[in-house]
Design a protein around this ligand. Structure first.
Ligand SMILES: Cc1cc2nc3c(=O)[nH]c(=O)nc-3n(C[C@H](O)[C@H](O)[C@H](O)COP(=O)(O)OP(=O)(O)OC[C@H]3O[C@@H](n4cnc5c(N)ncnc54)[C@H](O)[C@@H]3O)c2cc1C
Length: 309
């Protein structure tokens, strides 16, 4: 059993999502090789070599790989796929962009968003917005797997695997990088934040979001999240959305302010270690998953809480 783990990186360093997917790869068992495909990505390859349990890093460097475009990256993965039993990547925007293409080119089914490894060919994954857990057994010779990072701890980084330079497969030239619009923020990134403060429709406006949610997040050094209703109403930007069609998070502390706790929101945050909910409706479903619940008005309670902190 040998697994190829596709590292997510920015050419300089490896993203934590990779460390989490590595823990899933280790649970599958056997030897793990990490692919760092990028441009001038030697620093990222060196960092990947330190990850615990990695037997070897394959470093592929080419200008076409600088921005992680799915087409050239999938070509590299497929060219290397021969000896591997499993190809694993985190279920992030990039993983979800690249791995379906790899699965199609290899003519196997993708096993998406696994939350547990039962056996090397059997995995658990949530379906129906997390309402049920499906156990999937795959008979494919090569398993192409994306990993729900919120379900796995980060692997440590005390290893020293060798880095092997491998030449890149030809770029299929199906896509060209034009530009990217990155949202810049001093806050922790939502999917790796230890604390998240999220606001819902109850906020009522973008201004209230700024006046009520942001100061509490600032006090706690937290990332800011939002329900889809708050995003759809324009109170918060799209990339703050937590849930089935947003980001899946599992911080140490999740604070839900004026969020009802619809199943699609819970699908994105119910694995958080400690959940605090403030809602004026004591029947709100969010209280069923909350470790601490406060029934009351967020416009009174949250400023008081922020002041007390
Ligand atoms: C296919 C699909 C995908 C979806 N994906 C997502 C997703 O990814 N993420 C997501 O969040 N939703 C998602 N939704 C939407 C979801 O069903 C809910 O509509 C949404 O989560 C509701 O957001 P909310 O809790 O902010 O609003 P509401 O459900 O309107 O809840 C507002 C809450 O605020 C409370 N409240 C009001 N005023 C106050 C006050 N002053 N103080 C305290 N509490 C107050 C109310 O009691 C209520 O519980 C999806 C829906 C579908 C159909």
């Amino acid at each position: 059993m040998t697994t190829l783990l596709i590292a997510e990186h920015d050419n300089a360093s490896v993203k934590d999502a990779t460390n989490k997917a590595l823990t899933a790869a280790a649970a599958i068992g056997g030897e793990i090789h990490v692919l760092v495909a990028g441009s001038n990505a030697a620093a990222a390859a060196a960092e990947a070599a330190k990850l615990d349990g990695v037997a070897k890093v394959l470093h592929v460097d080419a200008p076409a790989l600088e921005h992680g475009l799915a087409e050239p990256l999938a070509a590299v993965i497929v060219a290397l796929a021969g000896p591997y039993d499993a190809i694993v990547a985190p279920s992030t925007s990039s993983g979800k962009n690249v791995l379906p293409r790899v699965a199609a080119l290899l003519d196997v089914m993708q096993i998406s968003d696994i939350t547990a490894v039962v056996a090397p060919d059997t995995f658990e994954r949530p379906i129906y917005a997390g309402n049920a857990i499906q156990t999937v057994k795959s008979g494919d010779a090569k398993k192409v797997i994306t990993v729900r990072t919120a379900s796995f701890k980060s692997a440590g980084a005390s290893g020293s695997a060798p880095v092997e330079t491998v030449s890149a497969a030809a770029d299929p030239a199906l896509s060209t990088f034009v530009g990217e619009a990155l949202s810049e923020s001093d806050r922790p990134e939502l999917t790796s934040a230890k604390i998240i403060v999220s606001g819902g429709r109850a906020l009522g406006s973008a201004e209230k979001f700024k006046d009520v949610v942001i100061p509490l997040a600032d006090k706690l050094g937290a990332a800011v999240g939002a329900s889809r209703a708050a995003v759809d109403a324009g109170y918060a930007p799209n990339d703050w959305q937590v849930g089935q069609t947003g980001k899946v998070v599992a911080p140490d502390l999740y604070v839900a302010l004026g969020i009802s706790g619809a199943i699609q929101h819970l699908a994105g945050m119910k694995d958080s270690k400690v959940i605090v909910a403030i809602n004026k409706d004591e029947e709100a479903p969010i209280f069923q998953v909350a470790d601490y619940g406060l029934v009351g008005d967020i416009f009174e309670i949250v400023p008081e809480l922020t002041k007390a902190l």
